[in-house]
Design a protein around this ligand. Sequence first.
Ligand SMILES: [Ca+2]
Length: 496
Amino acid sequence: MTTGTDEDARGREAGARGAGVGVGRREVLLGGASLAAAAGLALAEPGGTAAAAEPQKPNIVYIMADDLGWQDLGFRGSDIKTPNLDALAKSGAEIEEFYVQPMCTPTRAALMTGRYPLRYGLQMGAIPSGGRYGLATDEFLLSQGLREAGYETALVGKWHLGHFDPEYWPCQRGFDHFYGPLLGEIDHFTHEAHGVNDWYRDNKPVEEQGYDTTLFGNEAVRLIETRDGEKPLFLYLAFTAPHTPYQAPEEYLAQYSSIADPYRRAYAAMITAMDEEIGRVVAALEAKGMRENTLIVFHSDNGGTRSAKFTGESAVKGPLPPSNGPYRGGKGTLYEGGTLVGALANWPGRIKPGRVAGLLHIVDFFPTLLGIAGARVGNEKPLDGMDAWATVSEGAPSPRNGLVYNVDPLMGAVREGATKLIWVAMLPPRIELFDLAGDPYEKKSVAEENPAQVKALQERVTALATEMQEPLVLKDVLQLVLTTAPSTPAEYFVDS
Ligand SMILES: [Ca+2]
C-alpha cells in the first residue's frame, strides 16, 4: 500500500516509453494529422505540407516564478495585479493541487528529470554560491528529450542546477540557448550574487545593465520573433521574480503607492512586472501565429517565503511580504505553504478551461511534456513523474494518489490520499500526521490517534531514505571545510 505510488509511477513511466501507450494517449489529445507528428513520425506523414508554416508538434512555453506566494495572484483574489496571468487562468486550466519541492534547486531538478531530487542528491537546500556540485550529468533532462525530438530549446532566466563547472551549465544539458543567471539570487539590476556577476549568454558571462525581469521578457520575445520556423520551440522562462532582493523599477513601484510597507510594495511591483512580460510573450506568440499551437504552463517553484532564514542577502524588516493564504508554512518547509503553489496550463482548443482537481506534482510535467512532444526518455532510470495530460487537458482523474514531499537525512514527508506525514527525525524529533481532507491548513496533528497510519508512512519514508543518494551539499560542505586553509584566529590578536 505504501509503495503504491512509486510502483504506479514506474509502471506508467514504462508505458509512456512504449510507443503504443504514448500514441494512444496523444491520439486522444491531438487527433488526426497531428498524431503522426506528435508521435515522432512526421516524415512519414503525407499531410506534412499542411505543416509547412507551423510545425505540428506543439510549442511549449514553460514559465516559472520564483518564491511566489500561493495567494499573490490576481485570480486568487490578491490586490496584486496580474491581468495577463488571470486571462491565462480564465481561458485555461487552473491546477488546484499542484505540488513542487520546497526550494529552488530541487524543484527545477524535479522538472528537468521527472525524478524526485532525493534520487540524485539534490534534496537538501538550494545550491549555495560556494557550492561545487550540480545536477548529476548522468540524468536525462527534459531539454535533452525535447531537443532530440526536434525542438529548439531555450532557457531564459534562472538555472540553479550547477554553476561551478561548465559541464553543469544549460548549454551542456540540452539547451540551444541560455540567457540569465546560473545561481539562485541576484541583484535584479546589477545581476550580481554576493558581489560577483552572474549573468550569461549561452556559455559566456556578459555584463549588462537593466531590470532582469524586463530583460527576460525582451529575450523571450526576441527568441519567438527570430526562431527557426522549421522547429517547434521549447522556451523555459524562469523568472527571478519575486525572489529577494525585493526590487522593482519606479514605474511598477508607482502602481502600488497605496501599499505602505516598502517590501510588500516592491514585491507586488515585481509580480506585476513579471505579469507584464508574460503578456508580451503571449502577444509575441500571437503575432507570430504560434499561439494556437502553444502550450503555456505557469507556476511558482516553491511557496512564498515566510521565514527570514530564506531571504538570502536581503535584510527584510518587519513581516515578510509573500502570502500563502491560509496554508501553513512557506518556502523551505514541508508544510503545504512551502509546496502547494498556484499553477495553470493554457492551450487554446486543447486544454479545457476550468479548474483541475486531483494531485499533481512537478515531476509529472516531465513525462507529460515529452508525451505531447512525441519525445522519448533517453535513459533507463525510473521516473517518479506520471503522464498527467488527460488530467491537465480534460480534467480526468489524476493518475496520482500520493506524493513524496521530500526525504533527506534529517526529515521527510509523504502523502497517501489525504493523509500526510511529516517526520522530523533529528533531535528533538517531531512527528505530525494531517488529514488534509478535513484539515487542509495543517492546524492539528492527529498522529497520536493514528499510530498505524504513522507507522505505515514512516516505513515509506524509511524505504525512500534507504534508496536516496546522500545530499551533495553535505559532501561538498564537509570537503570544503576539510580542505580549506586554516582560518586565521585574528580575534585573538586584537589589541586588548
Ligand atoms: Ca524559489
